[in-house]
Design a binder for this molecule. Structure first.
Ligand SMILES: Cc1ncc(COP(=O)(O)O)c(C=O)c1O
Length: 241
């Protein structure tokens, strides 16, 4: 079956796919979608708001194969790259195209403009805070290897959590764990059971683990983004189930 019909082709100018969905951490077929976009001259955007951080981790890099064909890509350093709220990095394969789309002319804007670089040329909004500065500062202080190591630690923790869930007599993984998200069900529980367990866990000061839904079913979701989350922390949560 053709991926795009003739009428799709006539109307479509961009495709946005996800490199790590919010709920389940699933990564789209970045290679396949990228190839179709290239064949059809459609702008190819990848949303890595949460998952894009795992590009820094060698053990997860292959999950993102094909991302190099994207025209644009975003990652939120305030999610899994340890930066303060609210910082989104937007990266273009060819910034000149973005500049042609977004550049605004105003004589009052030209005073300090050297003709080559003005951040406001690369997104639709003109005014913005220096959101990237805390992230840049942290990167400059710690170096990229510290980021790779920290993301690997959280991935390892999520893999351990998935193994513990598999071994737990009352728990069942709902989807395969790929990134640092584990989605699982507690056999025999109603939505109210999930809700009251989550409130009690928070009240006890152990953890905040909230229920979500998958295909209409109430389930639980871990999203490990803090390298200080220990195996013991996870075990303690799972033992309370
Ligand atoms: C895949 C994905 N895209 C976009 C967003 C929205 O991010 P923000 O709230 O920083 O705009 C999220 C937030 O969880 C996300 O996981």
């Amino acid at each position: 079956m053709a991926a795009l019909s003739d009428s799709d082709r006539a109307r479509l100018f961009a495709v946005a796919c996800t490199a790590g969905t919010t709920n389940l951490g699933i990564i789209d077929d970045l290679e396949g979608i990228g190839a179709i976009c290239k064949q059809n001259a459609v702008w190819y955007h990848v949303d890595g708001a949460y998952g894009g951080a795992a590009l820094a981790a060698p053990s997860a890099r292959m999950l993102f194969n094909g991302i190099e064909t994207a025209d644009s890509f975003i990652v939120d350093p305030h999610k899994w790259l340890f930066a303060p709220f609210d910082c989104c990095a937007l990266i273009y394969a060819d910034p000149a195209k973005a500049r042609r789309a977004h550049r605004q002319h105003g004589d009052y804007l030209e005073v300090y403009y050297d003709g080559t670089w003005n951040p406001s040329d690369y997104a639709h909004h003109l005014s913005r805070r220096a959101r990237g500065l805390p992230f840049w500062f942290s990167l400059a202080v710690h170096g990229t290897q510290a980021y790779a190591d920290a993301v690997e630690v959280t991935l390892d923790r999520a893999r351990e959590a998935a193994t513990m869930i598999d071994a737990h007599p009352h728990l069942e993984l709902v989807t395969d764990q790929q990134l640092s998200i584990c989605v699982f069900r507690r056999l025999g529980w109603t939505p109210d059971d999930y809700k009251s367990w989550s409130s009690q866990l928070l009240e006890s000061g152990i953890a905040l683990v909230t229920p979500t839904k998958h295909e209409g079913e109430t389930v639980l979701r871990f999203c490990v983004v803090n390298p200080r989350t220990s195996s013991d922390d996870i075990q303690q949560v799972l033992e309370s189930l």
